[in-house]
Ligand binder design. Structure first.
Ligand SMILES: *Cc1c(COP(=O)(O)O)cnc(C)c1O
Length: 437
């Protein structure tokens, strides 16, 4: 008997001839987990259908943007209307103003905002702005946090706090990362030490408030609080990269969650992306008026973009924010997410598999570990083979989670209780196949 042709395989072979690795962003290639990436034919609600026409329950949602699920009718309509009025003008439009007003309304630490096209661009521009506004060069980032692929941010720690980082990508000259200090996430003592050594030369500290690029690791409240205090004390800016968490974990982003626990807490600059574009290329950075007024054309910090504030993307973002800002949206979403993680935990327990999970709003993470890790080295103690087996066990059963153990997961408003039950049933079988540990 011959196996039926797998159209994902066929497409992947074709793709690899003309696109490096067959993908336009590396994690899509399934390199960490092995196997053939699923080529998406179409998607609707909580599902997508791959090249073979097989349905998957989607817990990636374009890596976060699709908080309403795929093809929400109000968003589709807004995009269709916008298209008829033109794709791009390179001149200002009212929708850019509306979107800026909406963002500022829900994220009050942002007094002004600039729209760009990707999270990478927003993060890179925020760092330049912090350097321009402070007149300083050095920056702190944390191991396991991702802020896009700008040169100065592709860094791993050097040896000791006196030496700065080493590039993690070829093509990044050492001179470009020599001002980037990489510290361990959630390590208050190390942060104190770094500020004692370099505080008065630091332009900024940039961090993911809930790190979604090492699965799901929250900044501890004392860590966040101390970072805020040290930045203020030394005149450095605190940049929260909320590209993933913004409008995903709560209407006001992760900063609103920390503000409940740290009185008066606010970052100086916030970086947004993903959900604010609703699946279109759109991102933003913003903060205090005095800082933002350093940007061209008002100030000396240059930043620009042909497609920035694109009229179709802003229509998509505005329609998405109109839905998520309805009363009770995040409570319902958080309820679905917790039902999922609780269901998965129950299934793991039945199978005798080490498991722990955490979530906030529509973002979750789980680990095949007995307790939640607090930093990147601890995340990487997850048994990779077992994670990969679980990943394929779920994928075979039509449940699509991130193809790497260091990525977060996303639940959308389109995921129903039945979808979550179906997921948990698939997980029960996948955990049982994994065996105890
Ligand atoms: C996705 C992400 C980025 C990069 O955004 P792109 O749109 O992929 O360039 C930056 N920071 C964080 C926290 C992200 O999750």
């Amino acid at each position: 008997m011959t196996r039926p042709t797998d159209l994902n395989d066929t497409l992947f072979q074709r793709a690899r001839r003309v696109i490096p690795g067959g993908v336009n962003s590396p994690v899509r290639a399934f390199q960490a987990v092995g196997g053939t990436p699923r080529f998406v034919q179409r998607a609707q609600g909580a599902y997508f259908w791959d090249a073979n026409g097989k349905r998957h329950i989607d817990y990636i949602g374009s890596w976060g943007p699709m908080i309403l699920g795929h093809g929400h009718p109000a968003v589709v309509e807004a995009v269709q209307q916008a298209l008829l009025d033109g794709f791009s003008f390179g001149a200002p439009t009212e929708r850019e103003v509306q979107l800026a007003e909406e963002i500022i309304r829900y994220v009050p630490s942002m007094e002004m905002v600039r729209l760009v096209s990707s999270g990478t661009e927003a993060g890179m521009s925020a760092i330049r702005l912090a350097r321009g506004a402070t007149g300083r060069s050095k920056i702190i980032k944390f191991n396991g946090c991702y802020h896009g692929h700008a040169d100065s941010l592709l860094v791993k720690a050097g040896s000791g706090l006196a030496t700065f980082g080493h590039a993690t990508s070829a093509g990044v000259p050492p001179e470009v990362v020599q001002h980037t200090l990489v510290l361990e996430y959630n390590d208050v003592a190390q942060l104190e030490e770094a500020f004692a050594l370099h505080g008065d030369n630091l332009a900024c500290v940039i961090m993911e408030p809930i790190a979604g690029n090492m699965n799901f690791v929250r900044a501890s409240v004392p860590f966040m609080q101390r970072a805020r205090e040290l930045c203020t004390l030394h005149g450095a800016l605190l940049i929260l990269d909320e590209v993933m968490t913004g409008f995903r974990v709560a209407l006001g982003g992760a900063q609103s969650v920390y503000a409940q626990q740290i009185p008066g807490f606010a970052p100086d600059i916030t970086v947004l992306g993903k959900v604010i574009g609703g699946g279109m290329p759109l991102a933003a950075f913003g903060g205090k008026r005095a800082v933002m007024e350093q940007l061209a054309p008002l100030g000396p910090v240059y930043q620009a973009g042909t497609l920035s504030g694109n009229p179709v993307a802003t229509a998509c973002g505005l329609a998405t924010l109109a839905q998520v800002s309805q009363p009770g949206f995040y409570d319902r979403l958080a309820g679905s997410t917790r039902a999922l993680t609780a269901g998965l935990a129950g299934a793991a327990k039945e199978a005798g598999v080490d498991f722990c999970a955490d979530s906030e709003g529509g973002m979750f993470g789980f680990f095949l570990l007995p307790e939640l890790p607090q930093n990147y080295p601890a995340v990487m103690e997850t048994d990779r083979e077992r994670f990969n087996a679980l990943f394929h066990g779920l994928l075979d059963r039509g449940v699509y989670i991130a193809p790497a153990l260091y990525e977060a997961g996303f639940v959308s408003a389109a995921h129903s209780a039945a979808d979550i039950e179906e997921t948990v049933a698939a997980a029960r079988a996948a955990f049982a196949a994994l065996g105890r540990k």
